[in-house]
Design a protein around this ligand. Sequence first.
Ligand code: ARG
Length: 459
Amino acid sequence: MPSKPWSGRFQEPTHQLVEAFTASLAFDCRLAPYDLRGSIAHARMLAKQRVLTRKEAAKIVKGLEGITREIARGKFPFSAADEDIHMAIERRLLKKIGPVAGKLHTGRSRNDQVALDLRLYVREVLDGLQERIRRLQRVLLDQAEGHAETILPGYTHMQRAQPIVLAHHLLAYVEMLERDRERLADARARLNVCPLGAGALAGTTFPLDRAYVAQILGFDGVSQNSLDAVADRDFLVEFLADVALLMTHLSRLGEELVLWSTFEFGFVEFPDAFATGSSMMPQKKNPDVAELVRGKTGRVFGHLLSLLTILKGLPLSYNRDLQEDKEPLFDAVETVEQCLEVLTALVPRLAFKPKRMRRAAEWGYLAATDLADYLASKGLPFREAHAIVGRIVAYCLKAGKELTALSLAELKTFSPRFGPDALQALTLEASVARRNLVGGTAPAQVRRQIRAWAKRLKA
Ligand code: ARG
């Protein structure tokens, strides 16, 4: 058995440093199931086109099916001598069925083969991720269902701004995740094209039925340019970009959980099973899970940048640089899957603190906009109303009291338009309830959103 399938024109064996330097088996072994599916489809097509006899193809397919079982059971004998997963499988096939194994590679190159494997792999990952996103959306929705009336301060610039309800805040993440899911679905549609038949770069002399292979493997079509087919990794860039944005959203959620769990905020408490302690400070309970979600986002950004950098300036068509696409991809997949999974387990167990939230919403003049809106609704131009309420806030700051502590007589010294109903406008309940338009934080609107999401997510 020759040590390398390409060793024919070589006069000396590969240097051991080069073996190690060029090998990808340690990580592309993950592609084995996809490589096998691709090879089985290729062999069946070769038989259909009479490039192989029925008997030859049957032998090859049977051998590949045996290897598929070995891989699934962890019984595949990996050898460090194999450069990559494609060669490892081919060598194994040779061992199992003899020289007819050598006919499998007819009309195919590792260049179109690896492009195929990656598309099959990412397609499956995309389907799985969409389901994982759905699960996180569902647990966020479950929490939202219990908090349609839980009032907390909404923030801009990290300053208390206007009261909102907690469900509204949680549903903001459900919206982000929905866009993430849609982006993954878009990416899937674009990548679902079969590159097999491109050969090394120029196509092949054999009469392949490309459409037949594509159909067996569930592709929507075949690539139209062989050079592009072996050189293209756009689908990986798209995937990593989509995942980077998804991680951005998870990181923002993580950051809010870190912040909200501080003594200063006290809006949420982590369950003990999802927190960690300090080796020195006995009192500590740290939100490490949320911090790590935030931190791991950095490495996923890095993977996107790695791949863009690998592709930038690469001439057509295949170049070995492309082998460097795999580790960033696999790590990004593992990272985002883990983050989604741990958040999905954590969210249902978060104990939000409605009393603390409410107390926070009572301080900081959160009803100032409501008071200005009140004057504007009595006919005053909003800009003038804004100025008047600004003076009222300044007065309150000086007097050391909240807007809600003002009497009607005090209000009237700032504007004659204030009537008895002005005080009513200042309550937290009135404030949220009045934002009763599509997308607003009024509990009535938020409950509508909850119903709509329940319908969508249960389907
Ligand atoms: N391990 C290679 C990769 O991941 C497979 C293709 C190798 N092709 C080649 N001509 N050396 O890109």
